[in-house]
Design a protein around this ligand. Structure first.
Ligand code: ADP
Ligand code: MG
Length: 701
């Protein structure tokens, strides 16, 4: 077959053609030769391993057995018509069964002959069998690619299988493709890196990941491909970061003035923790050196990020700049607004709020005062990034609970000022280190890894439905002490109607156990009007109600230090990071707090692991690592950003070491050759240029 380019449509590969090409597009998003080449097997079957029949159990995904065909028989009628052969070795016997191509199989299988049979074992009536085994004469020469000891297994679909593209079919076209593109597989990594990390070259790696000659070569190929994936992501991220540092001037906040000093001396109601002080110092350093700050502050719930944000905003104000702070929800924006106002008091700075519900008239006035520079701090929701909102001199943007803001939204904020404002991103969901490095690899990261003093770790218990009275007991005891209780119900789109019924039933039961007028209840759920929500929230925040029944709208940020119990209904339906976020709503005062996870009796293994993890630890970073392993990065970050990662082979939960290696390699590389001018880096420079121009790298390499 003629040589193909990686951009060539897949239809031109031998054995594919237009019809299969269409299917590959639809089913696997494989459009070009390059796409197919990067459609990796998800497993390899070890064909060097042989089983004795006595060793077989039904748990094994595949077995390979050498034995003698001792008899065969065509039995059954119509659909059930099949060929059953007895297959023996010195340890026992099993059956080989065919339902299709009966005549061909019957004619070709010879009684008394030794065969190698391969397939998935089933146990039926005490006998093991393999249906439609792969079968070969013992000692028939293997003239295939690789040595076929490790056979690739590709993901396929029902439709693909109908057109012959099961794993075998895909193997075949991969093999044809490798022959046709072998000459096109240029190296993408500098030779000195291959040497340093002992990585195989690109074409060897691609060949060996599909058809490995040995387990060692397979591992080397995987390592190379993972390294390459992660390396280029880091190259782009750190390149972006570097460009920003080179190109953008940053507002210079070089003095601590009256506002911050007054606040620190007179308003701050507590001593800062060591971690808070450190992060504020880091922000001070970043904002006075004349380039744009892009910093992510990670801190577990309750670690005191708000005051760090506030002091940074005061710093901006002291240097003649405006600051804004963006929260993901209305309730949260309002709460930030209230607590910032409470903290800074009157007269020190001008703080305003802008959200989706701000009235037109107020909005117009806000807009003009903002442009006139009469507002020092603006707190709000996404409404802040609308183009209509113009600042006179925006110096700092704080984004709280980053997860819900994408990279693009961050970028829109930069454009709000001639000199892009400093960006401070706050996240309460600890992100595993690897994910932070990848999703936010262009940011500097600060960690508030210390809770304010006097906090007692939250006691978490997992209770089943039959133990509900214990939960009511705990509620009563705590309410009697003057504390408040959250009760959270799941409410998700897919099962909304049922969830609402469940919520209603729950409320009815609560009313029975917690009668009026002794007990007052706030109810907040996502289906309510915002004004009602706010009213109910307010009653709880101000202590008028003891019980807050809510769906997950309270997930983020709400702060009621007097609340000491968090009860989560149907806890098995929540993800780990969500559970941890919810639990973080309590334990904010000095009192002992509790989290009760209510669940049904039937739990999947994964759900059980989630609940057990919550009971075992309060450490958000540990929880986030487990969450990443369970769910993968896509779900975890809850944004489209993870989509842009598009990792084919590397796994952020498992490949931390490779990621670390890739990142430090790129850091060292830029330190040594900032503009990538060395000849050995020409390739990388072309890669980055091609990224910007949208031309495929392979086209120009
Ligand atoms: P989060 O990091 O979750 O946003 P907050 O900023 O809401 O946390 O702080 C949680 C609570 O801890 C608030 O009531 C806040 O006033 C209080 N707090 C913050 N820093 C300290 C500190 N250094 N000492 C005592 N309390 C603090
Ligand atoms: Mg917060």
């Amino acid at each position: 077959m003629a040589a193909l380019e990686l951009e060539t449509p897949i239809a031109y590969v031998k054995g594919v053609g237009p019809q299969k090409a269409e299917l590959l597009k639809k089913e696997l998003s494989v459009f070009t030769c390059g796409d197919l080449l990067h459609y990796f097997p998800f497993r390899h079957i070890d064909r060097t391993r042989f089983y004795k029949i006595a060793e077989i159990n039904a748990e094994l995904p595949f077995v390979q057995v050498v034995g003698r065909l001792t008899s065969k028989e065509l039995i059954g009628e119509k659909q059930g018509r099949r060929l059953v052969a007895q297959f023996r070795d010195e340890t026992g016997s099993m059956e080989l069964v065919w339902f299709q191509s009966l005549k061909w199989v019957n004619d070709n299988m010879v009684t008394g002959q030794m065969y190698v049979a391969f397939g998935k074992p089933n146990l039926f009536n005490g006998t093991f069998s393999i249906v439609h085994p792969e079968i070969e004469l013992l000692q028939s020469p293997l003239q295939k690619r690789g040595n076929q000891s490790l056979q690739p297994v590709y993901g396929s679909t029902e439709k693909l299988k109908k057109f012959g593209l099961d794993t075998k079919g895909i193997q075949k076209i991969q093999s044809a493709l490798l022959d046709a593109v072998a000459a096109q597989l240029h190296e993408t990594l500098p030779a000195y890196l291959l040497e340093k990390y002992r990585l195989p070259d690109r074409s060897t790696a691609l060949l060996n990941i599909h058809f490995p000659p040995s387990p060692e070569k397979l591992r080397a190929a995987e390592r190379r491909i993972k390294f390459e994936e992660l390396f280029f992501i880091q190259l782009e991220l750190l390149h972006t970061k570097q460009l920003r540092n080179l190109k953008f001037r940053g507002n210079v906040f070089d003095k601590v003035g009256e506002k911050l000093n007054t606040f620190y001396r007179e308003n701050l109601p507590f001593d800062l923790t060591g971690a808070q002080k450190r992060v504020i110092r880091e922000i001070r350093t970043d904002t006075q050196r004349g380039s744009q700050m892009n910093r992510l502050v990670q801190g577990d719930v309750g670690s005191g990020k708000t005051v760090v944000a506030l002091m940074s905003m005061l710093l901006a104000n002291d240097n003649g700049f405006q600051a804004c702070m963006m929260a993901p929800t209305e309730i949260l924006a309002r709460q930030h607004f209230e607590s910032v106002k409470a903290l800074v008091g009157d007269g020190l700075v001008n703080v305003e709020i802008l959200t989706g519900t701000t009235k037109k008239k107020e909005r117009t006035s806000l807009h003009s005062r903002l442009e006139a520079g009469e507002i020092d701090m603006l707190i709000g929701t996404h409404a802040l990034i609308e183009d209509k909102v113009k600042f006179r001199n925006l110096g700092l943007v704080v984004i709280d609970e980053q997860h819900r803001f994408g990279v693009e939204q961050r970028a829109r904020l930069w454009r709000k000022n001639a000199v892009p404002p400093h960006i401070l991103v706050m996240t309460a969901t600890p992100i595993p280190r690897t994910l932070a490095m990848t999703l936010y690899g262009d940011l500097d990261v600060s960690v508030i890894d210390e809770l304010p003093p006097g906090r007692k770790p939250i006691t978490t218990v997992h209770l089943f439905e039959s133990q509900r009275l214990r939960m009511f007991g705990l509620m009563k005891t705590e309410i009697a002490k003057g504390r408040q209780v959250y009760l959270v119900y799941p409410l998700i789109k897919e099962s909304e109607k049922l969830d609402l019924l469940f919520l209603e039933a729950g409320i009815e039961q609560l009313r029975y156990h917690f009668p009026l007028p002794q007990y007052q209840m706030s109810i907040v759920h996502g289906k309510m009007a915002n004004s009602d929500k706010d009213y109910e929230m307010e009653r709880f925040v101000s202590g008028k109600t003891q019980i807050m029944v809510a769906t997950t709208v309270i997930e983020v940020g709400v702060n009621v230090p007097n609340a000491s119990v968090m009860i989560i209904e149907n806890a098995e339906r929540f993800g780990l990071s969500q559970l941890h976020q919810l639990r973080g709503r309590v334990g904010r005062g000095a009192e002992q707090s509790f989290c009760v996870l209510m669940s049904g009796n039937k739990l999947t293994r994964e759900a059980k692991l989630r609940l057990d993890t919550m009971v075992r630890t309060n450490n958000g970073f540990e929880i986030s690592e487990i969450d990443l392993e369970l769910r993968g990065p896509g779900d975890l970050s809850g944004t489209q950003q993870s989509g842009t990662l598009n990792l084919k082979l590397a796994d952020l939960a498992k490949d931390q070491a490779i990621l670390q290696e890739a990142r430090s390699t790129v850091i060292a590389l830029f330190e040594e050759d900032r503009l990538l001018q060395k000849p050995e880096h020409a390739l990388l420079k072309r890669y980055l240029d091609s990224k910007r121009s949208g031309i495929s790298f392979d086209k120009i390499s």
